[in-house]
Structures are given as structure tokens and as C-alpha cells.
Design a protein around this ligand. Structure first.
Ligand SMILES: Nc1ncnc2c1ncn2[C@@H]1O[C@H](COP(=O)(O)OP(=O)(O)OP(=O)(O)O)[C@@H](O)[C@H]1O
Length: 302
């Protein structure tokens, strides 16, 4: 899929540059990538608020352009931060407003709003204006809003942004529950631990393209590495030249070698042992290591 934004006196900005992605029903799929990679643009197209410049996308078999009404009935969108809530209304009024827009019949809407407010721990404050809510409460209300139309597919764009750790953990538990109900969830996040904890698969997005899609477990294999205590220069030179070695760093008395596969890691181990290495530790890579390896440092600094 391609999406361009026209700019004054400049060539158009290409937010999506031939991005291809397929998410099976019931999966929690993470979108990871630096600022400006195109994650929000993708979520906006899939939730029908933005048209693609070229290419096609479908949600549960419905084309997001030709069958936008059907898609809107199926999806819920939850943005992080303060976007999209009416702060002068109460939580209940916000939900009833959004539900009415989604054409949920009035009686059902009242019952569903109460149920959601209860489920998300907002029952006691349901009739207070949202302007007095903490960020965590607002985020939970956002999630309720995404669910008021009984969405089968949820798009969450940095949903725990700015939440304190306890609120974020509670929120993740909720997302786990929603997954348990068989909903499909697409989660754009900058939080590696969050992606690792929640996602069945993650896609790394860079410059409007998907650079890799794997399970968090398989992705961390990508960045597999090992640390040696006692390597001489000859051994170092041999290791550096092995296929699949992506990084060799020498620190105080230790050498870290990272590879792009388990296979490459095996040949690193065999070579190092052949060169007399005796002390070694495997490095447990995190998604953050993979992110830096695939995307570079850029995204983490912003
Ligand atoms: N309405 C717009 N007008 C012009 N350019 C836009 C518009 N929306 C997005 N872009 C550009 O498209 C690119 C992708 O932006 P997008 O918001 O999709 O990235 P993102 O991956 O969600 O980033 P972040 O992590 O910061 O939310 C950026 O270069 C951005 O400047």
C-alpha cells in the first residue's frame, strides 16, 4: 500500500511506501518502528479515516475504501494520549455519544456502556466530567470507546503512552483479556517490553515498509549473540569474517559477537572453541536489541 501526503513547493511525502502486511484473525500484532515510520498512517487507513494513494487493504474481507461502512462496524480505534475524548462530558456520555455514532441501538448502548465502565474500573467515576480524570483513567475510557461498537478488530496506537507503570500493567492485562475473547488486535507501540509481552507477532516498520515480521521469540533469535572472555586477535579476525556475524565489540577483557541466526551462532561457537576460548556466556537479546539491529539507533533517540 502507498500513501502520499502533498506538501507545498516540495515533492509529496511518502508515509507508506509499498507496505504489505497480513494479520490473521485472533492475532495480537505489534507494529514497531521509529517516529514517522508510517504506523499511524497505516492504522488510519485500516480504520477508514484516511484513503490510500495506491494499493488495497481489507479488514475481515471488507475493502477499506469500497466497503468503509462495513469496516467501521467491525473496528475500534484507541489512541494514546488525550486525543478524541470530550472532556466536558462524563465518561458515560462519551460512550453513549460514540455508540450512537456507531448506530448501537439506544437500550443496548446504555447497558453496554455500564458494562464497559464497570469492566474498565470506571463505574464509580462514570458520571463525572472527563476533565478531572487521570491519564490512566482517560486511556481506559479510550479503550471502552473502542469497544462500545463490539469491535472484532482493535487498533491501538501507543495506548499506554504516558501511563504510570501500574496503570500500564493493568491496561496490558485488559488487552490480554480482549485477545482471550478472540478479537484481533493491531498494536502500534514504542514500548519493546509491551510488544514482547502482548504480541503473537510483531512487524518492524521503517520508511513506510515492513522490514521483518516474526514472533517476538523468533525475532530475538535474530539478534542472538555470545560473549567471550579470552580471545586473541587472530581469533577475533576469524570471527569477524564468519558469515552471519553482524557485530563484534571488544570491551574490557570481553568480546561480544552478535549474529543474524542460530546457525551463524553455532559456527561462531565452533570457531571460538577451536581458537582456545574457554569462558563464554550467551547473550539474551531483547526486542530492543533486535530493533536496534534492524532499524538502527534512530528510533530510540527521538
Ligand atoms: N497529514 C499529514 N500531512 C503531511 N505529512 C504527514 C501527515 N501525516 C503523516 N505524515 C508524514 O508521514 C510520515 C509517517 O507518519 P506516521 O504518523 O504514520 O508515522 P508513525 O510511524 O505513526 O510515527 P510516530 O511513532 O511518531 O507516531 C511522516 O513522515 C509524517 O511526517
Amino acid at each position: 500500500m502507498v500513501r502520499e501526503f502533498t506538501r507545498r513547493r516540495k515533492s509529496p511525502a511518502r508515509a507508506l511506501n509499498g507496505l504489505t502486511l497480513s494479520v490473521p484473525e485472533g492475532e495480537v500484532h505489534g507494529l514497531l518502528g521509529p517516529n514517522g515510520a508510517g504506523k499511524t498512517t497505516l492504522v488510519r487507513i485500516l480504520s477508514t479515516v484516511l484513503l490510500p494513494t495506491a494499493g488495497r487493504a481489507a479488514v475481515c474481507g471488507h475493502d477499506v475504501v469500497r466497503e468503509d461502512r462495513a469496516v467501521r462496524r467491525l473496528v475500534g480505534v484507541v489512541f494514546g494520549g488525550d486525543r478524541g475524548l470530550y472532556t466536558r462530558l462524563t465518561a458515560r456520555e462519551n460512550l453513549e455519544f460514540w455508540g450512537a455514532l456507531q448506530k448501537v441501538p439506544a437500550r443496548l448502548l446504555r447497558a453496554r456502556s455500564s458494562e464497559l465502565l464497570d469492566r474498565l474500573g470506571l463505574a464509580e467515576v462514570a458520571d463525572r466530567r472527563v476533565e478531572g480524570y487521570s491519564r490512566g483513567m482517560r486511556q481506559r475510557l479510550h479503550l471502552a470507546r473502542g469497544l462500545v461498537g463490539e469491535a472484532r478488530v482493535l487498533f491501538l496506537d501507543e495506548p499506554t503512552m504516558g501511563m504510570d507503570p501500574v496503570a500500564a500493567r493493568e491496561f496490558r492485562t485488559l488487552i490480554g483479556e480482549l485477545r482471550g475473547e478472540g478479537r484481533t488486535i493491531v498494536l502500534a507501540t514504542h514500548d519493546m517490553a509491551e510488544a514482547q509481552a502482548l504480541c503473537d507477532r510483531v512487524s518492524f516498520v521503517r520508511d513506510g515498509e515492513v522490514v521483518a515480521t516474526r514472533s517476538p521469540h523468533a525475532l530475538t533469535d535474530l539478534a542472538a549473540g555470545v560473549e567471550f572472555d579470552d580471545l586473541d586477535d587472530a581469533a577475533l579476525a576469524l570471527l569477524t569474517d564468519l558469515p552471519g556475524v553482524t557485530e563484534v565489540t571488544v570491551g574490557q577483557g570481553t568480546t561480544r559477537v552478535r549474529t543474524d541466526s542460530e546457525e551463524a551462532l553455532s559456527s561462531v561457537l565452533a570457531t571460538a572453541v577451536g581458537q582456545g576460548a574457554t569462558r563464554m556466556r550467551t547473550l539474551q537479546p531483547t526486542l530492543e536489541d533486535v530493533y536496534v539491529q534492524l532499524i538502527g539507533d534512530r528510533g530510540l533517540k527521538v
